[in-house]
Design a protein around this ligand. Structure first.
Ligand code: CTP
Length: 214
């Protein structure tokens, strides 16, 4: 099948030299793209700025901001059977990025914020019934409750929740532990393991859901 994966953080400009971003390393998304490729699928990877080499055989689309990522996802959406949104997309962005570097002598900047595009919300109306959408939930508390809310509100088939408050897993780590919630189904756990192992298992579950929709 055709698999579209998003990975990494986004960057939202404050001025030409500064941005707001987050601690996502992109490793979970890259591991998912690699696992899907190894399983024989055609894979496109939309990636925010990360320090990783693209997995072999995967078509890489580099983006910077949430708006860029939305455009790249929209462009590749009709092509994909499975979308895995592992990217840590900004929720907010500066409303008026400065055209020139903010100067220290001007004092602490007051930044006005506006919502960045919510990619899953934007594409939900265009989802085909044969397509499978899997999101990720990055949580520091109330993981199960928040994951179930996002599964419902973002019209997902599956959401993989990870605890991003711990240094030995999740954000910026080689390892992860996932609680995977299925729409109208049970929760299944992937115990702490290398992200490549978590990714292979999640992809195998998503393949089964996609096969049922065919
Ligand atoms: N996501 C998205 N567009 C955004 C933010 C998030 O498509 N602007 C996607 C992420 O890629 C992920 C899912 O939504 O698959 C959940 O992201 P998360 O950051 O955990 O949730 P938020 O929607 O930001 O909600 P909250 O701030 O309440 O945690």
């Amino acid at each position: 099948m055709n698999v579209l994966v998003t990975a990494g953080p986004t960057r939202e400009a404050i001025d030409p030299v500064r941005f707001v971003s987050n601690r996502s390393s992109g490793r979970m998304g890259y591991a998912l793209a690699a696992a899907a490729r190894r399983a024989g699928h055609a894979v496109r990877l939309v990636s925010g700025p990360v320090a990783l080499d693209p997995p072999p055989g995967v078509r890489l689309v580099r983006v910077v901001s949430a708006a860029d990522m939305l455009a790249a996802v929209e462009q590749n959406l009709p092509w994909c059977d499975l979308l895995v949104m592992a990217a840590a997309v900004a929720d907010w962005r500066p409303k008026h990025p400065a055209a020139h570097k903010l100067k220290k002598a001007d004092g602490p900047p007051v930044i006005e914020w506006e919502p960045a595009p919510d990619i899953l919300a934007a594409i939900a109306p265009r989802k085909k019934s044969s397509q499978v959408f899997c999101g990720f939930a990055a949580e520091t508390r109330a993981l199960a409750r928040e994951a179930k809310r996002k599964l419902r509100e973002k019209h997902l088939d599956v959401i993989a929740a990870n605890d991003v408050s711990r240094s030995d897993r999740g954000f910026d780590s080689d390892r992860n532990e996932l609680a995977v919630f299925f729409a109208g189904g049970p929760v299944r756990r992937i115990p702490l393991a290398r992200k490549s192992v978590c990714a292979a298992r999640l992809i195998s579950w998503l393949e089964k859901i996609a096969a049922k929709k065919k």
